[in-house]
Structure formats: C-alpha cells, structure tokens
Design a protein around this ligand. Structure first.
Ligand SMILES: C[S@@+](CC[C@H](N)C(=O)[O-])C[C@H]1O[C@@H](n2cnc3c(N)ncnc32)[C@H](O)[C@@H]1O
Length: 250
C-alpha cells in the first residue's frame, strides 16, 4: 500500500480548493435519482475525513476506511472538532477490507481508485465493494482521466503552495503501463523560520472508461454511468475527472 505519510500533515492545506460540498451534493442527487435513501455509507479511502464528516453532517451514519494511519489521525481530529456523531474510522486496505455487514452506499472521492495500481487490484476492490453493498446499493467514485494523465500530469513539475508549506511535485507518466509516479518534496516551516523537507513517492494508475466499465461489469454492477462533473453532465474525452455511478446487482 502506498505511503501517504509526509503529505498527510499538509494534505488539507494543499487541497483547500476542493469543493467537497458539491461532490456530496452529487452523491445525494445520485441517491435520489436511484430512488435510494441509504442510512449507512462507506467512504472508501476517506483520507483526512473531509467527505466523511460532510456526509455525517447531512445525517448519514458513516464508515471511513483508509490505509494511512497519518491520514486517519487527521480524520479523527476533524471528527472531534466537528463534534460529528455516527462515524467509524477503520485502518484497512481498499483491496482487502472487512465490514460487519452491508451498507446502502459506497462513495470514494478524489481519485482513490487511481491508487489501485497493481495487477488485479481494481477487480479485488470492486468485488469487495459489491460484496458489502445492499442489493441495488449504489457505488459512486471519481477518477483522474486519461486526458489528465497525458496532458496535465505528463512529465510536468510544479510547485503547490499554501500558507505554511510548499510542495515540489515532479511527475513521470509511462503511457504504456498507465502508471504515473509522483515525486513529492514537502517543505514545512519550523518555528525559527527554517524549513523541514520530507520526500514521498506516490503512484497512480490511469484507467480508461472501458477498463472501469469491464471491471464493474465483472464485479456484478449494472446501470453504470460516467459523468464529466458533479452536475451529472455526460463524460467527454477531454474531462480531467470522471464521476462514476454503478448499481449493485445481486
Ligand atoms: C487523494 S487521497 C483522497 C482522500 C479523500 N477521499 C479525499 O477526498 O480527500 C487518496 C487516499 O487513498 C488512500 N489509499 C491509497 N491506497 C490505499 C489502499 N490500498 N487502501 C486504503 N487506502 C488507500 C490514501 O491513504 C489517501 O488517503
């Protein structure tokens, strides 16, 4: 499983512009369109818990699963700060997790699915999601698109900057394997004004629409739809993120 250590402390600062509310609105609209009123929702790859807490504040009982102890520890703090009830955080691998029973919906935000980089990882994860969903339960996730891997990530380097940290970000995308490596150097300011540097390597895998569709089909999902944004507009080849809906057939 991938690290998510150095980045955990600065993840929220660097993702300050992510609109979690509009993604949560997308989930709720999808629930409504499918005629569902899930009570218990699994947030797969919940990270620092922003979406988990947002959904809990909307009245859902939540389970948040993430593999990174550092990300989960921030999620625990956030849960306390928000005084959010009804959230269970579990440190587990998306490719090998266990729940006590089934849930009405599974959501996974901000390209967690692209972190499934190994051969068979996607199939294992989708099969577990199917296993733990109620019949006709809904699975909603988003992915970075092939267009984004080719034109935005590519072999580019950039600097992300927030109030107390800088992150140097170097990409290395291999179109043949579909793997994109991110070499990150995080600089955080010490009390004396000097900066501490921590390096981290991460990797995402690019999935085509056909690969995702095939893996969902094989796991037992139906009514699969791809959207180009949280407003449910149809997906296009030039989108940078796709939002995917699938219904669990049993
Ligand atoms: C880009 S972050 C997204 C976090 C959160 N969903 C959000 O919207 O902010 C990806 C998350 O996936 C988690 N992750 C990556 N691979 C994983 C795996 N195999 N099992 C569990 N979590 C994993 C990382 O620890 C990280 O928290």
């Amino acid at each position: 499983m991938q690290a998510y250590e150095a980045l955990a402390g600065v993840y929220d600062a660097l993702n300050g512009d992510v609109d979690y509310r509009s993604v949560a609105d997308f989930y709720e609209t999808a629930f409504k369109r499918a005629g569902l009123t899930p009570e218990l929702v699994l947030d797969l790859g919940c990270g620092t818990g922003k979406m988990t807490v947002e959904m809990a504040s909307r009245g859902y009982d939540m389970i948040g699963i993430d593999g990174s102890a550092d990300m989960l520890s921030r999620a625990f703090e956030r849960k306390g700060e928000a005084e959010a009830d009804g959230i269970l955080f579990l440190q587990q691998d998306m490719r090998d997790f266990e729940l006590y029973g089934t849930v009405g919906a599974v959501v996974s935000s901000l390209d967690c699915i692209n972190y499934l980089t190994g051969e068979g990882d996607l199939a294992r994860c989708f099969s577990l999601v199917h296993n733990y969903l109620d019949p006709n339960g809904i699975f909603l996730f988003d992915v970075n698109t092939p267009h984004k891997f080719k034109t935005v990530f590519a072999d580019n380097a950039y600097i992300l900057e927030s109030e107390d940290c800088y992150c140097g970000w170097q990409n290395e995308y291999d179109e043949k394997s579909g793997l994109c490596r991110f070499y990150l150097s995080v600089f955080t300011e010490n009390e004396d004004g000097t900066y501490a540097r921590t390096d981290e390597e991460q990797c995402e895998r690019c999935y085509t629409k056909e690969e995702l569709q095939r893996a969902l089909d094989a796991a037992g999902f139906g009514e699969i739809e791809f959207y180009g944004s949280t407003d449910h507009s149809p997906a296009t080849d030039t989108d940078e993120r796709w939002f995917v809906k699938a219904i669990c057939k049993k």
